[in-house]
Design a protein around this ligand. Structure first.
Ligand code: SF4
Length: 102
């Protein structure tokens, strides 16, 4: 008797004020993407044409917060995703888009 396949993790990604370089690094795993999609179902991400984030297990955030739209998207991800992962310097520390005001 075959055991049921484990449910795939549902993952969404977004780029806020980022350059998409973090997403490109993810895509750089090349053929290992095939192994990944056996374990992961992508929701909103550059790999799909889904415009609205659904209820997800993991939300991966690239980029910092620069404007009201970034804040709205981040809050939507926070509501919809059980776990948020900040990917890259921009998401973690503000990165290049971060501006210092004096
Ligand atoms: S950390 Fe920021 S600048 Fe670096 S690749 Fe990611 S989005 Fe681009």
């Amino acid at each position: 008797m075959n055991a049921a396949a484990p449910a795939k993790l549902k993952v969404a990604t977004t780029s806020l004020a980022g350059c998409f370089g973090c997403h490109m690094s993810l895509l750089d795993i090349d053929e290992r993407l095939f192994e990944l999609v056996e374990k992961v179902e992508f929701d909103r991400s550059p790999l799909t044409d889904i415009k609205e984030v659904g209820n997800c297990d993991v939300g991966i955030i690239e980029g910092g917060l620069c404007n009201a739209e970034n804040v709205e998207v981040l809050r939507d991800f926070r509501r919809r995703c059980k776990v948020l992962v900040a990917m890259g310097a921009c998401a973690i520390n503000g990165g290049c888009p971060r501006s210092e005001t004096t």
